[in-house]
Design a binder for this molecule. Structure first.
Ligand code: G3H
Ligand code: 13P
Ligand code: ZN
Length: 309
């Protein structure tokens, strides 16, 4: 089976009131950990590569690893560019074999966001690739760009119809209070489900994407803190909120920070318990295993996409 786009995945997820997990990948162990979970749970998958991941690993290596994952698992897998910041990067990713790209021009004016997104959609659709765009701005850090609380903004539901009609985009990321990274809320977690409901009314049957959707699992944060780390105050999106979003029009839920926490927790614990170990397989193996455990939990208890491949 070749790489697939997310079109059919989203149609089924919308109708079935579940969401597809979009997991960020940076190396072989992360890919293997995620794919093993999806294999066990028979779940469709989106594996996504940020521009930071492209620089770190080289997109060709990542694509080849994802192709190996398809051969090994027989699962439908979509390879997605996460937070593409320019037309050129989206085009290059399509040339590199990606089947889905995100053009994130959310920091531009509405007019410019529409113009840039429309240009990417034209090229992508001519090449059989689907496009995600973003309206509104999430707080947090992605690729060294820090968006402060003051600079972040909720999506305005009054803009979504115009945006989707004028751009022809296939899915839309909206800002309802999630943010990137491990420190998402200072006080009680709160998401603006009223905005999601308004968007849903204006865009019936249209797939919505939720970025910044890690739960920042306390168990992993505790392991890190107990083994020399310092992550006090880390807080994520409660799982019941994510399940509610998945039962609504949210068809894609982005998860990166939880993978990072699982990986770091396993490695820190391993080194604390085995100070003489220096073979990377000895600590990357447990990291990969914990990623599998984490992703199985997400697929079954948060996304509800187990058994849907
Ligand atoms: O949304 C951002 C993702 O977590 C990717 O992070 O740019 O550090 O690879 P990164
Ligand atoms: P988290 O930082 O919450 O995992 O979000 C990841 C993300 O949105 C990737 O695009
Ligand atoms: Zn994101």
């Amino acid at each position: 089976m070749p790489l697939v786009t997310s079109k059919e995945m989203f149609e089924k997820a919308y109708e079935g009131h579940y969401a597809i997990g979009a997991f960020n990948v940076n190396n072989m162990e992360i890919i293997q950990g995620i794919v093993e979970a999806a294999k066990i749970e028979r779940a469709p998958l989106i594996l996504q590569v940020s521009s930071g991941a492209r620089k770190y690993a080289n997109p060709i290596y990542l694509r080849k690893l994802v192709e190996a994952a398809i051969e090994d698992s027989g699962l439908p897998i979509c390879l997605h560019l996460d937070h593409g910041d320019s037309y050129e990067l989206c085009v290059q990713s399509i040339k590199d074999g990606f089947t889905s790209v995100m053009i994130d021009a959310s920091h531009h004016s509405l007019k410019d966001n529409i113009a840039i997104t429309r240009e990417v959609v034209k090229y992508a659709h001519d090449h059989g690739v689907v496009v995600e765009a973003e309206l509104g701005r999430l707080e947090g850090v992605e690729d060294d760009i820090k968006v402060s609380a003051e600079e972040s903004s909720y999506t305005d539901p009054d803009q979504v119809e115009e945006f989707v009609t004028k751009t022809g985009v296939d899915s839309l990321a909206i800002a309802i209070g999630t943010s990137h990274g491990a420190f998402k809320f200072k006080g009680e977690p709160k998401l603006r489900f009223d905005i999601l409901e308004e968007v849903e009314k204006r865009l019936p049957k249209f797939p919505i994407v939720l970025h910044g959707a890690s739960s920042v699992i306390p168990e992993y944060v505790n392991i890190i803190n107990q083994n020399g780390g310092c992550m006090s105050g880390a807080k994520g999106v409660p799982e019941d909120m994510l399940r509610k979003a998945a039962s609504m029009s949210v068809c894609k839920i982005n998860i990166d920070s939880d993978l990072r926490l699982a990986c770091t927790a396993a490695i820190r614990k391993h080194h604390a318990e085995n100070p003489a170990h220096f073979d990377p397989r000895q600590y990357l193996g447990p990291a990969r295993t914990l990623i599998t455990e984490l992703v199985r939990h997400k697929l079954v208890h948060v996304l509800g996409c187990n058994g849907k491949a």
